[in-house]
Design a protein around this ligand. Structure first.
Ligand SMILES: C[S@@+](CC[C@H](N)C(=O)[O-])C[C@H]1O[C@@H](n2cnc3c(N)ncnc32)[C@H](O)[C@@H]1O
Length: 256
């Protein structure tokens, strides 16, 4: 499966996006993880700003945030929050001059299908030497419960080249070949959420990540159907699993 930016899918899910992704509690949690790693004296570029829900929480903590996103539907919501500090742009073709960005953030961007080599290369181009890009991956520390094992296996089979994985092991070499160094990870924050196998099976009907990763083609659709059947065959498919995960920040730095 090739990487593609899921703009149409994000336009479609924009109206319910915030509430279906943990609302302001998630955004405040992410802002709380990012803020201690940011220089309050410098503006922040949020790449893949989406509806601006995380950016608004950073702004509420005193940061001057600018945002870019490829989906006009998501960005319309960000504009309501951040005004003209946002613009439609592809993270793989940033409308920004070389070496002028002191710090950037991206939350839940790299799993969404952009051409990640282009994104890393562009971030390296626009960062000033020593500038940092803080990335909160969608995968985080993944739940290893019975639902998690099935969904993980599905992702591995749909994406054997790991073009959607946004973990440090997968991304460090991509960063290095584009002039960014993975300094490490920081600000780990445990989260728990409750999901039944049946509701996970239903949300897989539209693809992964509730439609942000559309699954097309007979082979992929077969894998999806198989996973849904396996989810429904788990013991007590209507019993919510209390799922343990953790979010963390990957810190990339442009070499000086
Ligand atoms: C899962 S959402 C996350 C949005 C926001 N950062 C948040 O945490 O709520 C992923 C966002 O990445 C955007 N996106 C996907 N591919 C992109 C690209 N190539 N350039 C810019 N934005 C992109 C989508 O439009 C979407 O708004």
């Amino acid at each position: 499966m090739g990487a593609s930016s899921g703009t149409a899918e994000f336009d479609a899910i924009a109206p319910g996006y915030d509430e279906s992704r943990g609302g302001t509690a998630r955004a405040a949690g992410f802002a709380g993880q990012l803020a201690p790693l940011l220089d309050p004296a410098l503006p922040v570029l949020d790449i893949g700003v989406g509806t601006g829900i995380v950016a608004a929480e950073l702004a509420a903590r005193g940061h001057r945030v600018h945002g870019l996103d490829l989906s006009p539907g998501m960005l319309a919501r960000a504009r309501a929050r951040l005004g003209d500090r946002v613009a439609v742009a592809d993270a793989g073709r940033l409308p920004v001059r070389d070496g002028v960005v002191g710090q950037a953030v991206s939350t839940w961007l790299l799993h969404a299908g952009p051409d990640r080599r282009a994104v890393f290369s562009e971030v390296a181009r626009v960062l000033r030497p020593g500038g940092r890009w803080l990335v909160i991956p969608a995968g985080g520390v993944r739940p290893s419960d019975d639902i998690g094992r099935l969904v993980d296996a599905l992702e591995d089979r749909l994406d054997p080249e790991r073009t959607r994985r946004d973990d440090p092991e997968t991304l460090a070499p991509v960063a290095a070949s584009n002039g960014l160094v993975l300094e490490g990870t920081a600000s780990q924050r445990p989260t728990t959420f409750r999901v039944t196998p049946r509701s996970m099976a239903a949300s897989l009907a539209r693809g992964l990540f509730t439609g942000a990763w559309p699954v097309t083609g007979p082979a992929a659709e077969r894998l999806l159907a198989e996973t849904r059947e396996r989810l429904l065959a788990l013991p007590d498919p209507d019993r919510p699993r209390v799922r343990e995960a953790a979010d963390f920040v990957m810190v990339f730095r442009k070499e000086s």
